[in-house]
Design a protein around this ligand. Structure first.
Ligand code: TYM
Length: 333
């Protein structure tokens, strides 16, 4: 069955191992399946919900495209574009914001985390961000949306918004209710400094994450400094329950080698961390160094990257402007 895949990544710099294992690696696999139609969006409108330096943003948009390509997404077999160019996204987001309920948005945990204690100072955009995300997905009749665990709640909201729009306007099945694609084991990669916190671009310490642009030496250094505990590695999953850092590192190893967590545990049971960390650094360098080198190379080919975005824009704009036009009719404009 053909799947219509849509997903987005914010061009806010520091794309890291969490983005890769939680999302981009999955994009590549979905893109390799000939049956699927894939759309990957650089969500620059989402990026400006927190302050961005315009020059850096421009650079980060290209770097995100470079990361897609370097990771193995084929631009010939997918649509890659940046959100701000297709004006239907902002337009549909407005219409949907008149359908979504404040009460629904008030439940969004990511807003609470990002806005922190001083909610009054957060931008309105940060608050209504999940509605824009719903617009992104619904404009393309996406059937499946590959994301990390942190986006699950936003996808549930997207489903609610689609259903409410269809009901409110008696437009049965007009907005397609999408299915999330969340990889069970690897959907939440944690910080290298605290196994209870998500690996994140916004964390101040660079030692908390492996960036996709890190070279071999920094990977080795970061893994060496990654937090662990004093016990040797366990022989079963249950014993990992109170050991979040050990669990996270074992998960990273598993995902990179396409192994299950059980299989990885079998390899390292009873071993100490120094031996395991050496193997982990090795596989990380093997998998990430080619990506990082390719990103650097592609960043010197700006015309190539811009051409991908332009081609993607044309295709995405055709689909999205048609859908938003129909939305206009349904709403009564
Ligand atoms: P963003 O840019 O924060 O993250 C991009 C993707 O990476 C995943 N991710 C992680 N996965 C596992 N472990 C982690 N530590 C980790 N950190 C990030 C995210 O879940 C995401 O899949 N709102 C979205 C972008 C977006 C979008 C969309 C996604 C906008 N419109 C439509 C899907 C469909 C975001 O901010 O992702």
């Amino acid at each position: 069955m053909t799947k219509k895949i849509f997903s987005g990544v914010q061009p806010t710099g520091n794309l890291h191992l969490g983005n890769y294992l939680g999302a981009i690696k999955n994009f590549v696999e979905l893109n390799n399946d000939k049956e699927n139609e894939c759309i990957f969006c650089v969500v620059d409108l989402h990026a400006i919900t927190v302050k961005q330096d315009p020059k850096e943003l421009r650079n980060n948009i290209r770097e995100t495209v470079a990361t897609f390509i370097a990771s193995g997404i084929n631009p010939e077999k997918s649509i890659i574009f940046n959100q701000s160019k297709v004006s239907a996204h902002a337009e549909a987001a407005w219409i949907l914001s008149c359908v979504a309920k404040m009460g629904w948005l008030n439940r969004m945990t990511q807003f609470k985390e990002k806005a922190g204690k001083d909610k009054e100072k957060a931008s309105i955009g940060l608050y209504s961000y999940p509605i824009l995300m719903a617009a992104d997905i619904l404009l393309y009749d996406a059937s499946h949306v590959p994301v990390g665990e942190d986006q699950k709640q936003h996808l549930e909201l997207c489903r609610d918004i689609a259903q409410k729009f269809n009901n409110d306007f008696e437009a049965e099945n007009f907005l397609k209710v999408p299915e999330p694609l969340i990889q069970k084991e690897f959907s939440r990669i944690m910080s290298l400094k605290d196994g209870k916190k998500k690996m994140s671009k916004s964390e101040i310490s660079d030692l908390s994450r492996i960036n996709l642009t890190d070279d071999k030496d920094s990977i080795i250094n970061k893994i060496k400094k990654a937090k662990t505990d004093v016990s040797p590695l366990p022989s079963n999953i249950k014993d990992l329950e109170k050991r979040p850092e050990a669990k996270n590192l074992l998960r990273i190893f598993s995902s990179l080698n396409n192994l299950s967590l059980e299989e990885t545990i079998k390899i390292f049971e009873g071993k100490n961390f120094s031996e395991f960390k050496e193997k982990l650094s090795q596989v990380l360098s093997e998998k990430l160094e080619p990506i990082s080198k390719e990103i650097t190379k592609l960043m010197n080919e700006k015309d190539f990257l811009d051409k991908i975005l332009l081609d993607g824009y044309k295709k995405a704009n055709d689909i999205a402007s048609d859908k938003v036009k129909k939305m206009h009719e349904i709403v009564g404009f």
